[in-house]
Design a protein around this ligand. Structure first.
Ligand SMILES: Nc1nc2c(ncn2[C@@H]2O[C@H](COP(=O)(O)OP(=O)(O)OP(=O)(O)O)[C@@H](O)[C@H]2O)c(=O)[nH]1
Ligand SMILES: [Mg+2]
Length: 412
């Protein structure tokens, strides 16, 4: 492909890995992304450059190769044509499928899970975040004993031969990984205990807790920064944020402050193990009094993304925490799709209304309205807000506590 030849020089300069992306539509999965746009963004966030895309359709995955051998040959040809270093599948591969594909294609093969793990590993900042990522990686490795691109050399040595020194090495690696998992778990436990002590202290202070949640890249950190005038890392990358940051948010309307936390973004098919490993971080969301569910209003996948976030929230036990739906990036909407009112409410379940606010974190539109809605819910006016905009719970988050509103939520 001559189009790729032109980019060769820049690849050499930037050190990016060239990758061919493969998406397999199995049984017409509704969430199947035929554009592979999200996978390409994930790849870019991990430092890979997409040089080709292949879509396959199957009723069921092939046990050995995941795809058919005809498709595999097609991918092999594209790899040769583009000089790709590896192939990334949008779906999770079994360890055997990954190995077989690597033999067939002659280059490294990765899947969505390992890609996400790589990004997480590169981004983790806090001690706890690093431990969580390490645990998730070790658990993934325990079943495969491979890094995403780095293991090919060793594998090549053993192609076609079972047993021999390769297998012995693998047994040794397995035992080492098992030991390492144990030690990381112990260290994580310790950090978790410290964290829960800190949390209890915060609870005693009676702060009303608000957490930003949402699909990765929805604009949570940007919103966080403009609301609390902070400088959390925000970027056009997936999983720019991994660690939770918390700041006080002053609400003029209620003359009080609440705590606002920025959290890790969600993504479709986030591997279950990874959610588990990030449990502590996601606890922040589950234990909040109010969630600001940030949605990228300009995304064509808006509904799927919203549904995915709902699903993960339920999984982490935050399904019942009251929410405000924050439709962000409204500046990107064309005139005909601009919201008519800065706020409204939608019925999420029969008889259950959820407030919705339309904002642009970039140009500041709607932020006063957002502060207003948070204030209504957080302050004693929650009761009034409940009938006006509706809350997901029967009682307000304040009145669920036996404490009086003023001790739970000190007014200035
Ligand atoms: N046009 C426009 N872009 C926005 C807006 N808010 C955020 N962005 C952009 O969207 C991208 C993602 O923003 P972040 O704030 O990092 O998103 P996030 O939800 O924190 O993402 P992760 O931490 O990766 O999950 C950045 O390039 C922002 O500049 C907005 O209101 N309008
Ligand atoms: Mg972020």
């Amino acid at each position: 492909m001559s189009a790729h030849a032109a980019t060769d020089a820049s690849i050499a300069e930037t050190g990016l890995t060239r990758a061919v992306l493969v998406g397999v539509d199995i049984g017409s999965d509704k969430r199947f992304d035929a554009t592979l746009e999200e996978l390409s963004l994930l790849a870019a966030s991990a430092g890979d450059l997409t040089v080709g895309r292949v879509i396959a359709r199957r009723k069921a995955p092939d046990a050995a190769l995941f795809i058919g051998s005809g498709k595999a040959d097609e991918i092999k040809a594209l790899v040769a044509e583009t000089g790709a270093h590896g192939v990334i599948f949008d779906q999770a591969l079994s360890p055997a499928q990954q190995r077989n594909l690597e033999r067939h294609l002659g280059v490294a093969v990765a899947d969505r899970t390992s890609l996400i793990l790589d990004i997480f590993a590169a981004r983790a900042q806090s001690h706890e975040g690093k431990l969580q990522v390490e645990l998730a990686r070790l658990q993934y490795m325990a079943t495969r004993l491979v890094g995403r691109w780095s293991h090919l050399e060793r594998q090549r040595g053993g192609i076609g031969t079972r047993g021999g020194p390769g297998e012995a090495q693998i047994e040794l690696d397995k035992r080492m990984i098992g030991d390492r998992i144990k030690s990381v778990k112990i260290r994580l436990e310790k950090v978790k205990r410290q964290r829960s002590t800190q949390r209890k202290a915060r609870e005693r202070r009676g702060t009303f807790r608000v957490s930003l949640v949402g699909y990765t890249n929805a604009g949570k950190s940007t919103l966080f920064n403009v609301l609390v005038k902070a400088r959390a890392y925000a970027a056009d990358q997936l999983f720019a944020t991994l660690d939770t940051t918390t700041r006080a948010l002053w609400l003029e309307q209620a003359a009080c402050s609440v705590s606002l936390s920025d959290t890790v973004g969600f993504i479709r098919d986030l591997p279950h193990k990874l959610v588990e490993a990030f449990e502590a971080t996601l606890h922040e969301a589950a234990e909040a009094d109010l969630l600001l569910h940030v949605v990228d209003a300009s995304s064509p996948q808006l509904l799927e993304q919203q549904a995915e976030v709902e699903r993960v929230l339920h999984e982490i036990g935050a399904g019942d925490v009251p929410q405000i739906l924050v439709f962000n990036k409204c500046d990107l909407l064309e005139e005909s799709r601009q919201p008519r009112e800065p706020r409204d409410s939608i019925e999420v379940h029969p008889g259950v209304l959820r407030p919705r606010v339309f904002v642009s974190a970039r140009d500041g539109t709607g932020l006063d309205t957002l502060r207003q809605v948070i204030a209504e819910i957080a302050s004693g006016a929650a009761n009034a807000a409940q009938s006006a905009v509706g809350l997901d719970r029967e009682s307000s988050p304040l009145s669920t506590e036996s404490d009086s509103v003023s001790s739970r939520f000190p007014m200035a």
